[in-house]
Design a binder for this molecule. Structure first.
Ligand code: NAD
Length: 494
């Protein structure tokens, strides 16, 4: 299928006429082509978004009217949920069960959440006790917002960039990842149908080095929301600095899963498999470091290996599949490089580590477990972004907390215990943006998502995520006319 991209309300080819292929990572077969945009195309989208913001109706619309448009978008997505789930599974290497019960329902709920939240945006009256009057604080849209997203949650990440930005009255240019542009383009198609005016939402398909850099550095852009690796996030921050753009960064992670001695072992093992191997470990929140008390280590590991063996690898279209392929050959080779590095550093490979037999086409890799890992090893420090779990043994909660915090990242963590008070004590001491007790990965549209340390800057979701798309204006309007009279005397005596 030949897709076009969305610029200024029109479905558009790249100015150069070039196209890029899109494949199914389960089979390596071509499934579509999209325009291969250049900086010139990115600039056209930025101009459209700029004109729509400066002259268009969207920023001035009542918040409930914008909310209604987003509500229609959520409804359209709901009506097309099955098609979206199939497309996400096909293009994103996401097992169909996960796409159907995870990605797509979340995309619907999160769109709907921001539709509702849009209506709460307005102005607040604040008391100024030092001046003795009431004043006003307004939340206004920032302007032209660009969103740059990765390939692991192609639709959900698009929703997180588009829905809050539009709810707050901004105009948007989204750049999907080159591997996974399809569901974002389909979401934009529904947005147009729902009544988003031309130019308010644009989706440009192209590379990070061309389109991505233009969307970050162009002076007509006011705000950049980037989700991706910490490495590229650093570049984005530096590029945005020259025009002091507002930036939020949602970057990598290296989440610990801390099992306490009194944890329900079966639950903790199920949680470990979910935490480590959901979407083949290609999740920023993935629990990649399993911290086990020495007393539990051997029995836990034995059972964990047994359960890991029962995971079913296969194509994403099958309802039986637990683990699909990695997104690309280069991603698989990168993960294999980490596995070789772990072996070289002396970690003990206790499960997996190879390409599975019988799945010759597609970028599959076995779920892999390393034991005897220490914090100085590369597999313990760097984000692998694949199905690789590292196990550490610890003695006592102090060591567990130290190990959990021994990372430059700080996106997420989980603590497993049957004593909620003990679990909470440990959870409070872990430096991460989200810490779950007896859970992993679960996200809510109403709770903030984001990282400490090098996992990022700012938050998405919740009221905090919406406020990231607003400027605050203090409107000083002294209705009594009394407040400042004395102050004028400081420079203009009567
Ligand atoms: P990536 O950093 O390689 O790419 C992310 C996006 O940035 C892509 O659209 C890419 O084309 C673009 N890009 C690349 N170079 C660019 C440049 N110089 N200027 C502007 N844009 C550029 O990441 P990826 O491999 O697509 O995704 C995996 C990473 O994303 C992991 O590190 C993962 O942890 C992270 N991630 C974080 C979150 C979060 O919420 N914190 C969520 C999902 C993924």
């Amino acid at each position: 299928m030949e897709y076009k991209m969305l610029i200024d309300g029109g479905w558009t080819e790249a100015a150069s006429g070039r196209r890029s292929g899109v494949i199914d990572p389960s089979t390596e077969e071509a499934i579509a082509t999209v325009p291969r945009a250049s900086r010139e195309d990115a600039r056209a989208a930025i101009d459209a978004a700029r004109d729509s913001f400066d002259g268009g109706p969207w920023p001035q619309m009542r918040t409930d009217e914008r909310g209604d448009v987003l509500e229609r978008l959520a409804r359209l997505l709901e009506e097309n949920a099955e098609e979206f789930a199939s497309l996400e599974a096909l293009n994103g290497g996401k097992p169909i069960r996960q796409a159907s019960f995870g990605d797509i329902p979340m995309a619907i709920e999160h769109t709907r959440y921001f539709a509702q939240l849009a209506k709460t945006l307005g102005e607040e009256v604040v008391e100024l006790p030092d001046i003795g009057i009431k004043s006003r604080v307004l939340r206004e849209p920032i302007g032209v917002c660009t969103g740059i997203i990765p390939w692991n949650y192609p639709l959900l990440m698009a929703v997180w960039k588009i829905a809050p930005a539009l709810a707050a009255g901004n105009t948007v240019i989204l750049k999907p990842a080159t591997y996974t542009p399809l569901t974002a383009l389909e979401y934009a198609r529904l947005a147009m149908k729902a009544g988003v005016p031309s130019g308010v939402l644009n989706v440009v398909t192209g590379s990070g080095s061309e389109v991505g850099e233009e969307l970050v550095s162009n002076p007509k852009v006011d705000r950049v929301a980037f989700t991706g690796s910490t490495e590229v996030g650093r570049k984005v921050m530096a590029m945005a600095a020259s025009t002091v753009k507002k930036v939020t960064l949602e970057l990598g992670g290296k989440a610990p899963m801390v099992v306490l001695e009194d944890a329900d072992m079966e639950e903790a093992i199920r949680g470990t498999l979910f935490g480590a191997f959901l979407h083949q470990g290609q999740v920023c929140l993935s629990g990649t470091r399993l911290l086990l008390p020495s007393s539990l280590h051997d029995s836990f590991l034995k059972r964990l290996i047994e359960k890991t063996k029962s995971l079913r690898l296969g194509p994403t279209s099958s309802w039986e599949t637990d683990l699909g392929p990695l997104i690309s050959e280069s991603q698989r080779e990168g993960v294999e490089g980490y596995i070789a590095g772990g072996l070289g550093d002396g970690a003990r490979l206790v499960h997996g580590g190879r390409r599975p037999e019988g799945l010759e086409r597609g970028f599959y890799l076995e779920p892999t477990i390393f034991d005897d890992v220490t914090s100085d090893m590369t597999i313990a420090r760097e984000e692998i972004f694949g199905p690789v779990l590292s196990i550490f043994a610890y003695d006592g909660p102090e060591e567990a907390v130290d190990l959990a915090n021994a990372t430059t990242y700080g996106l997420a963590a989980s603590v497993w215990s049957s004593d909620l008070k003990r679990a909470e004590e440990v959870a409070r001491r872990i430096r991460a943006g989200t810490v779950w007790v007896n859970h992993h990965h679960i996200l809510s549209c109403a709770a903030p998502h984001g990282g400490y340390g090098q996992s990022g800057i700012g938050r998405e979701l919740g009221i905090w995520g919406l406020h990231e798309y607003t400027e605050l204006k203090h409107l000083f309007l002294d209705e009594s006319g009394e407040a400042m009279k004395d102050a004028f005397g400081l420079v203009s005596p009567e």
